[in-house]
Design a protein around this ligand. Structure first.
Ligand code: AFD
Ligand code: MN
Ligand code: MN
Length: 427
């Protein structure tokens, strides 16, 4: 669906008076506090979060899936949906594809379509956690870590194929989430599974184009419940260090055991220059894939505190990061959910940008925990939403993306075009 720009202008002029009131006050307070508001706005405008191709339909659980209506039926329609999001917020300028759920049949045309919406292709994702029709060997007992070389070779070839698709689209990285693991103690030898996986990773790594990176995502459990080959950030970092410069860790916020200090993990990865990217989502229990910021916005802010520290400190030499959402859910309209997720990410980023860092450093040196908390929470409790709205306004996006989407009854329109019972590929 192509957005009629004049409707956006109308929406913005209606909301502008109230917006200016809120923005004007916030901007003058921030200015008084010594911040350069224009720099903040520029940084917000430059921040782009990739939308995963598998999040545009209502996900589901292993118990079932409820069609949301008007879901994209093809890769082309998925790109149109991301294009729509990007038009509404100007912060979703990339798409991350999952292969084979979304194989581009005509890469040139797909690339042109994406470019028409000003979208780029972020990391491509391989899938060796499901068996595909007509594949020779099953991944029931693993893929890149499998005991049988023939299965490993098949999984390696798939990853190389994914790189090939990515190259055709202008992608620059491959994300590997390896679901391999065991369900029972004694089922596998930990050391040998690691060695086999490393060997498989090395073969994939050898096929990476010179300007590509590979992201190694970790996850402690699910679909296997006793052990996972790449269980945690330590395992991910180990693999990456052994592989070389182009291998970097990927943090999915839902892939930690309860109460894990994720911000400290982020800091460690950055310290070693080994952080590749993020899969944003939120969770109460595990890999819940809920809307970003729905459960633990303070944790997200603390993570961004580390990220901004890492991105601005001259001591840190980390390559540029890939920001991606990885969420799929059962009950919300996927586009509304994604708008909320992007907004939550931007809020955390903006709050982290207004932390008084020199004061925080001083408090830390003086072991003043009270003051350190005051400084952090002063930023966290600032309502930065007018900054985001202003950045969007300047970029020609909607002052209130979800509001606009509802005013214009966009889902209803999509249902009219695509039908009530449509299922997009993904989990
Ligand atoms: C997994 C991982 C991973 C993968 C996704 C598939 O987070 O990134 O691509 O689910 O939906 O839990
Ligand atoms: Mn993920
Ligand atoms: Mn996940």
């Amino acid at each position: 669906m192509i957005l009629d720009k004049s409707l956006l202008d109308q929406h913005n002029s209606q909301g502008n008076a109230l917006h200016q009131k809120k923005y004007g006050l916030l901007a003058s307070v921030l200015q008084d506090e010594g911040h350069n508001v224009n720099t903040i706005l520029e940084r917000l405008a430059a921040f782009q979060v990739a939308i995963p191709s598998w999040a545009l339909g209502t996900g589901g659980t292993r118990f079932g899936r409820f069609a949301g209506g008007g879901e994209p039926r093809s890769l082309e329609e998925k790109i149109e949906d991301v294009g729509l999001l990007h038009a509404l917020n100007q912060s979703s300028g990339a798409i991350s594809l999952h292969i084979p759920w979304d194989i581009p049949q005509n890469p040139k045309a797909i690339q042109q379509l994406a470019a028409s919406f000003e979208l780029k292709f972020d990391a491509v994702n391989s899938n060796t956690f499901q068996d595909q029709e007509n594949q020779d060997y099953s991944y029931k007992f693993g893929s890149l870590s499998h005991t049988d070389k023939a299965v490993r070779d098949q999984a390696i070839a798939h990853n190389v194929e994914v790189i090939r698709h990515g190259v055709e689209l202008g992608s620059k990285s491959l994300t590997i989430w390896l679901s391999d693991g065991t369900d029972f103690p004694g089922q596998q030898n930990f050391r040998r599974s690691f060695a086999r996986t490393l060997d498989s990773f090395e073969q994939i790594y050898a096929q990476l184009p010179a300007d590509w990176k590979v992201f190694i995502e970790y996850k402690p459990y699910e679909p296997h419940f006793y052990s996972t080959v790449v269980a945690d950030w330590g395992s991910s970092l180990l693999f990456c260090q052994k592989l070389g410069e182009k291998a970097l860790g990927l943090v999915d916020l839902g892939h930690h055991l309860p109460n894990t200090n994720i911000e400290q993990i982020v800091s460690r990865f950055l310290m070693e220059g080994k952080l590749g990217g993020f899969h944003f989502n939120d969770s109460k229990y595990g890999d819940d894939d809920l809307t970003v910021g729905a459960m633990r916005p303070y944790q997200l802010f603390l993570i961004f505190n580390e990220l901004v520290d890492g991105m601005t400190s001259s001591e840190i030499k980390n390559p540029e990061l890939s920001w991606m959402i990885d969420a799929s859910h059962n009950i919300k309209d996927p586009l509304e959910d994604l708008m909320q997720s992007v907004e939550a990410i931007m809020i955390a980023y903006a709050q982290a940008l207004i932390i008084n860092r020199p004061a925080l450093e001083k408090a830390q040196l003086q072991n003043d925990a009270t003051l350190a908390q005051e400084i952090l929470q002063n930023a966290y409790r600032t309502d930065v939403r007018p900054l985001l709205a202003e950045a969007r306004f300047k970029a020609g996006a909607a002052l209130n993306p979800v509001g606009f989407y509802r005013e214009q009854k966009i889902r209803k329109e999509l249902i009219k075009q695509r039908g009530e019972k449509t299922y997009s590929t993904g989990l």
